[in-house]
Design a protein around this ligand. Structure first.
Ligand SMILES: Nc1ncnc2c1ncn2[C@@H]1O[C@H](COP(=O)(O)OP(=O)(O)OP(=O)(O)O)[C@@H](O)[C@H]1O
Ligand SMILES: [Mg+2]
Length: 469
C-alpha cells in the first residue's frame, strides 16, 4: 500500500506517516480555514521532497492568483512547474468531469505525461450545481472516486463546509478519508483553528481535534498535548508484550515500556488469566516483577495460574525475579517469604515511605521491572483519599524508574471523579467487563493513540487461556 507524506508537520504524526497511497481524502472546511493552502502544501512538498508530480485543479481561482497567493509561503510553484513536477489547471467543473471521464482525455494524458501521483480538486462543492439532481450529483462523485482510484492517485478533494450541513455528507461516505478544518471559539474571546480526522481507511487515527496554524511556510499542525508527551515516550522505548496476541498486535507490540496502564474491570469480569499472562510473559522475557495481590487474587491463585503457564512461583522467588507487597498477611508458597513485604500493619505514611524505599532500592539493583498494582486493595485498605492524593506522584515515580506498571482498578467502585483523574494520569487504559453472556475487552487509551473496538474475550485451552475476537 505505502504511505504518502502529507507535507504538513504534525499531520504525518497523527497519520502514522501520511495518507495511505492511492486513497481519496475529502478535506472539508469553512471559508478561509486553509483548504487551498493544505492542498497546495501537499503537492508542493510532494514535488520538492519526494519528487512526485502533482496536479492542482481549481474551479474558482485563476492559476495566476494561486501562484501569487502561495508566494506568501515562499512556495515557488512556477519553478516546480518548469521541472514538470506540478500543473495548476483552472477549468470549469463540467469540463473537468468531461475530460476526466473520457479515456485518454485531457486529465488522463496530463497524468501520464507527468507521471502524476497526487491530485487536488478545489472544490468538489461546485459539482452540485452542474448536476440535475442530488442523485446525479452522488453518481458523479462516486464515478470520480473510482477514476481517481483507477489512476492510482492520492487525491485531496476540497469541500466547502456549508453552515447547514451539520452532518458530513455523502462525500465522507465514499471517500477513504475525511478531515475537517474549523475555526472554533476559544476561551471566550479567541478563535482557534482545529483539524479533526474523522476517517482514514487503513490507518489507525489519533482521535480528537488538533490545533493548526497558518504560518509563513504554510500549515503547521500541533498534535494535542497528551499525544506529544506520549510520543516522546514511544521514542526509543521498547514494548512489553502482554502475551494476548490480538492485544499486542493492536498495541503495536505490547504495552509501552516505562508507562502506566489501567486495567478497569468490574467484579464479574475474569481478569486473572490476563494478569497471569502479562506476568508470565514478563518473567519469561527476563524481567523482574513486583506484584500486589488483592483479596480476590490470592498468592495461591497466582501460584496456580503461573503453574499453568509453566512457571513456578517458588522458583522465581528464589531467583529473585518476583516480589510481593502484601496487605493481608497471607501464606505464600515455599521460598517466597523473603520476597514478601508485609504492609498490613503499616499506616498510610509508613506504607508510602517503605514501599517507595524498597522499590527504589530493588529497581536500582538493575534489570527491567514490571509492577502489578491493585488499586482495589488500596481503595479498601488505604482509602479513596490516598488514591486521589498519591496516585499521580506514585505513577510518576514508577515511570521515572523506567518501570512499566499495570494497575488493576474498578472505575465504578472508585467513582467517576477519581476515575477520570486516574484515566488522565495513566498512559493507557484497558477495560474488561461482562455484559450478558459475554466478557469484553477494549483499549480506550494508549500512548500510540490506538483506541480499539470492544473485543469479545474467548476462553481457550492453552496459555494464555484467553483470546480476543
Ligand atoms: N503567511 C500567512 N500567515 C498567516 N496566515 C496566512 C498567511 N497567508 C495566508 N494566510 C491566511 O490563510 C487563509 C487562507 O487560506 P486558504 O485560502 O487556504 O483558505 P480556504 O479554506 O481555501 O479559503 P476559501 O474557502 O476562501 O477558498 C486566510 O485566512 C489568510 O489570511
Ligand atoms: Mg480555497
Amino acid at each position: 500500500m505505502g504511505t504518502v507524506p502529507t507535507g504538513i508537520r504534525g499531520l504525518d504524526v497523527l497519520l502514522h506517516g501520511g495518507f495511505p497511497r492511492g486513497s481519496t481524502i475529502v478535506v472539508e472546511g469553512a471559508p478561509g480555514t486553509g483548504k487551498t493552502t493544505l492542498g497546495m502544501q501537499f503537492l508542493y512538498y510532494g514535488a520538492l521532497k519526494d519528487r512526485e508530480a502533482g496536479i492542482y485543479i481549481t474551479f474558482e481561482e485563476f492559476p495566476e492568483q494561486l501562484y501569487r497567493d502561495m508566494l506568501a509561503f515562499e512556495w515557488d510553484l512556477r519553478q516546480l512547474e518548469r521541472e514538470g513536477l506540478l500543473r495548476v489547471v483552472g477549468m470549469s467543473p463540467d469540463i473537468f468531469l468531461e475530460q476526466m471521464i473520457e479515456p485518454g482525455g485531457l486529465i488522463e494524458s496530463m497524468i501520464r505525461e507527468l507521471n502524476c501521483k497526487r491530485i487536488v480538486v478545489d472544490s468538489i462543492s461546485l459539482f452540485r450545481y452542474g448536476a440535475a439532481s442530488e442523485e446525479e450529483h452522488r453518481r458523479m462523485l462516486y464515478k470520480l472516486r473510482n477514476l481517481l482510484r483507477k489512476l492510482e492517485l492520492t487525491s485531496l478533494l476540497v469541500k466547502e463546509r456549508e453552515a447547514a450541513d451539520e452532518q458530513s455528507g455523502f462525500e465522507a461516505y465514499i471517500a477513504d478519508g475525511f478531515m475537517k478544518l474549523s475555526l472554533k471559539p476559544h476561551m471566550d474571546k479567541y478563535r482557534v483553528r482545529m483539524l479533526e480526522i474523522l476517517k482514514m481507511r487503513g490507518r489507525r487515527i489519533r482521535e480528537g481535534e488538533h490545533v493548526y496554524r497558518l504560518t509563513d511556510n504554510g500549515i503547521r499542525l500541533i498534535p494535542a498535548r497528551s499525544m506529544i508527551e506520549d510520543l516522546a515516550l514511544l521514542n526509543g522505548r521498547s514494548r512489553v508484550p502482554t502475551g494476548v496476541a490480538a492485544l499486542d498486535e493492536l498495541l503495536e507490540g505490547g504495552l509501552t515500556r516505562g508507562s502506566v496502564y489501567l486495567l478497569d474491570t468490574n467484579s464479574k469480569a475474569n481478569y486473572k488469566y490476563f494478569i497471569a499472562s502479562v506476568l508470565a510473559n514478563r518473567i519469561r522475557d527476563g524481567e523482574k516483577v513486583m506484584a500486589m495481590l488483592s483479596s480476590f487474587l490470592t498468592p495461591h491463585d497466582l501460584d496456580k495460574m503461573l503453574a499453568l503457564q509453566g512457571l513456578s512461583m517458588s522458583g522465581m522467588a528464589e531467583e529473585e525475579r518476583i516480589y510481593f507487597i502484601e496487605h493481608y498477611t497471607r501464606p505464600y508458597p515455599p521460598n517466597c517469604e523473603a520476597n514478601v513485604l508485609d504492609v498490613s500493619r503499616m499506616n498510610n505514611a509508613e506504607y508510602r515511605n517503605i514501599v517507595e524505599q524498597k522499590i527504589t532500592a530493588l529497581v536500582s539493583g538493575g534489570g527491567n521491572w514490571f509492577a502489578y498494582y491493585d488499586l482495589n486493595t488500596i481503595l479498601a485498605e488505604r482509602g479513596k483519599e490516598y488514591i486521589a492524593k498519591y496516585f499521580a506522584a506514585d505513577a510518576a515515580g514508577v515511570k521515572a524508574l523506567g518501570m512499566t506498571m499495570l494497575v488493576l482498578c474498578n472505575f465504578s467502585e472508585i467513582g467517576p471523579e477519581v476515575s477520570a483523574f486516574l484515566e488522565r494520569t495513566s498512559n493507557g487504559v484497558i477495560r474488561t467487563w461482562v455484559d450478558g453472556a459475554y466478557q469484553y475487552m477494549q483499549v480506550t487509551k494508549s500512548p500510540n493513540g490506538v483506541i480499539s473496538e470492544p473485543y469479545v474475550v474467548e476462553t481457550t485451552t492453552q496459555a494464555p487461556f484467553m483470546r480476543l475476537s
